[in-house]
Write a protein that binds this ligand. Structure first.
Ligand code: ASP
Length: 412
């Protein structure tokens, strides 16, 4: 029995767990909360990896790229695809919401028990300032990912610039990165159990009833994510990377399952990195760099969602929108998607930035809060898949992707 379990490749075990979790959730109903601790245990153990993994991966990725000019080309391409896909995603969200009008004819009432997240200080200047850690160790201890990224990128560049004298650190960072990846393999064995418990809990707690009043909105978000996953990403894979699409999806399914069940790009990060390197054949340098960066700043599902909800709020409250408002939604949603941390619910918090820029009441947030988790699962899966797409595209363009590995059926 145990041997049969381990003989099954991990993604099959995860998929099985997902289906069993769904069944258990329906069977147990609200009692499913009693097994949620297994999911929490899984999330904690995977989150434990995030800060050291980002630190070592980014630095070893940067030093492995070798010289600053080449780093600029890899980084520049990655950032370009991050921005372009985010803009496409918001436009898609706005178009869908404009066609379907999920907020029209809704008499808004706040759902019982919903909590309005307090609007954080989201001015642009505050956002930029908070990127720079005044104490990198504290930023790591608090798990503030963007400042940790900035510090790691600068440290990586400084090590590169130090040439021979920096060489021992290059080795040390690469060793750290390999060790963290091996630690990831250990923790990933928990994935099926974590996914099972979390899916059972979500289905048991939220049930299908919670979805009915906002069914249109939920459906629209899922359709938006499906369009990104089934059309936009495949187009990038075919046109930019010139690679087959199905192999990509087979290689990335573990990361998608973890993203979907945890609603956290950070929690999925170790798994994404592993899938991109091991199953999709992207070099360690490009994978470490793009995936570690992408998990925090590349969020197409979130950008699409922000576009949908902005229009939803405007429709529900009868706020007039003009071309300027649409441009503002596109801009603030892209910034919101970059600024959102890869943790559950952070997209909801970014909503205040978008809504206040176009004068839609912030109460919209409370309205959406009740169904946020269900939406979060799909958009996080879309976000994480996008990180892998960018890693593959950049790896292919830079000649750092092993095509045999990409198309081979062997996986972890
Ligand atoms: N939970 C999402 C993520 O981690 C962010 C969001 O809330 O939109 O990717």
């Amino acid at each position: 029995m145990i041997r049969a379990w381990f003989r099954l490749s991990l993604w099959k075990r995860v998929l099985l767990a997902l289906v069993l979790g769904l069944v258990a959730g329906i069977a147990l109903g609200e009692d499913a909360v009693s097994i949620k601790w297994i999911g929490d245990l899984f999330i904690r153990s995977i989150k434990m990896l995030v800060v050291p993994l980002i630190f070592f991966s980014l630095i070893s990725g940067i030093t492995a790229v070798g010289d600053i000019g080449r780093l600029g080309r890899v980084g520049g391409r990655a950032l370009l695809i991050f921005m372009a896909t985010a803009l496409i995603a918001v436009s898609l969200g706005m178009t869908l919401a404009a066609i379907v009008q999920p907020g029209a004819h809704l008499s808004i009432e706040l759902p019982v028990g919903s909590v309005v997240p307090s609007a954080p200080d989201q001015s642009l200047v505050a956002m930029i300032i908070s990127l720079v850690p005044d104490n990198p160790i504290m930023a790591m201890a608090q798990g503030s990912i963007l400042p940790v990224i900035l510090f790691s990128v600068l440290l990586g560049i400084a090590i590169l610039a130090s040439g021979e004298e920096g060489a021992p650190l290059v080795k040390a960072m690469q060793a750290g990165s390999v060790v963290m990846q091996n630690m990831t393999i250990l923790v990933m064995e928990l994935t099926p159990f974590g996914v099972f418990a979390l899916i059972a809990w979500v289905v048991g707690t939220f049930g299908f009833d919670a979805l009915v009043p906002l069914a249109k909105l939920v459906a629209l978000n899922y359709v938006g994510c499906a369009i990104i996953l089934a059309i936009i990403y495949p187009l990038i894979l075919r046109l930019v990377a010139r690679l087959p699409v199905l192999d990509f999806y087979r290689g990335i399914i573990d990361a998608q399952a973890v993203a979907f069940s945890t609603a956290s790009s950070n929690a999925a990060l170790p798994v994404t990195l592993r899938c991109v390197e091991r199953n999709l054949g992207v070099s360690n340098a490009v994978a470490s760099f793009t995936v570690a960066l992408g998990a925090t700043i590349n969020m197409n599902g979130t950008a699409m969602y922000l576009g949908v909800i902005a229009l939803f709020g405007a429709q529900a409250y009868g706020t007039e929108l003009n071309w300027m408002s649409y441009a503002l939604i596109a801009l603030t949603s892209t910034l919101g998607a970059i600024g959102a941390a890869g943790v559950p619910g952070s997209g909801l918090v970014m909503m205040s930035l978008v809504l206040s820029s176009i004068g839609v009441p912030l109460e919209t947030i409370a309205f959406v809060a009740g169904i946020n988790h269900i939406l979060d699962m799909a958009r996080t899966m879309t976000n994480v898949t996008g990180d892998a797409v960018v890693a593959v595209a950049v790896g292919r363009l830079a000649g750092e992707l092993d095509v045999d590995e990409y198309v081979s059926a062997d996986d972890i």
